[in-house]
Design a protein around this ligand. Structure first.
Ligand SMILES: [Zn+2]
Length: 270
């Protein structure tokens, strides 16, 4: 693609990236041309969207079906009082545009599911998982692999979080977790507590990995999952490999199209 030269305002806005050997003008051009989809504009999606917008990712897709509630504001830092009871994607788009009016924001006010995921993912270069359910995590991982898109995974639970990057052919969420947890193992409920700054830590790492994927620099969190405990303030790295028996990305895949993820998760629980 032909490169346009940066405007004087862009040279000011991105001066600290331009001065950095790891990004520089070439990396900044890649960011400006990039299309990144953030699925879930809540606790994790907030810092991801803010940092990607600030760093000049040219097109950001924001997908979420939900409305902002007062209880979200404790950790979902892209939302404000003005947005309460209103659409999350619209509120996030307003914040992102106020931060960086030069970038394009595409809002998808819908649940990403087996009917729309493939078409949606096809429109973007990198996918960021900011969702909060096992149904969505397996769906996004399968869809990202089937469409050969890198997926920046993050999840949080109470005081702990984890983050990794799935690059097609080098392992997927099913390689890491072949089955969803059984009923009662991990509660998925709005009543589960979340330490306020935890999603900021995990989401910011997701943003950093996304910027690295787009610019092609550094060692990505591929084949390793970073586990974080906010109370102990520790980070532990666990390595994993592509599972050759994985039903999706293994040597003899049996899942070659999206499945019914509600049933998939429910079956593991009964
Ligand atoms: Zn796999």
């Amino acid at each position: 693609m032909a490169q346009r030269s940066l405007t004087p305002e862009e040279r000011q806005r991105y001066a600290r990236h331009l001065a950095l050997a790891e990004v520089g003008p070439a990396g900044q051009q890649k960011l400006l041309r990039a299309r990144v989809l953030i699925v879930g504009v809540g606790a994790l999606g907030s810092p991801v969207a803010l940092y990607l917008a600030a760093s000049g990712v040219g097109t950001i897709g924001l997908a979420d079906h939900d409305h902002v509630r007062l209880s979200n504001l404790q950790r979902q830092i892209i939302h404000t009082m003005e947005g309460v009871n209103r659409s999350k994607v619209d509120g996030a788009a307003r914040t992102v545009s106020a931060l960086n009016p030069d970038i394009k924001v595409e809002t998808i006010e819908a649940t990403v599911d087996e009917r729309n995921a493939i078409d949606l993912l096809d429109r973007y270069d990198v996918i960021v998982d900011g969702t909060d359910s096992f149904r969505a995590r397996y769906l996004l991982s399968d869809a990202a692999y089937l469409r050969r898109k890198p997926l920046v995974h993050g999840s949080i639970f109470r005081i702990e979080g984890q983050v990794t990057v799935f690059v097609p052919g080098r392992g997927c969420y099913r390689c890491l977790y072949p089955q969803p947890p059984p009923a009662g193992a991990i509660e998925e409920s709005e009543n589960v507590g979340v330490f306020a700054a935890l999603p900021g830590i995990i989401g910011t790492i997701q943003a950093a990995e996304t910027i690295k994927l787009v610019t092609g620099v550094g060692d990505g969190l591929v084949n390793r999952v970073l586990l974080h405990d906010t109370m102990a303030m520790t980070f532990r790295e666990v390595r994993y490999r592509r599972n050759r028996a994985c039903p999706v990305c293994g040597d003899h895949p049996t899942v070659q199209t999206l499945v019914d993820y509600d049933s998939f998760v429910m079956e593991a629980r009964t």
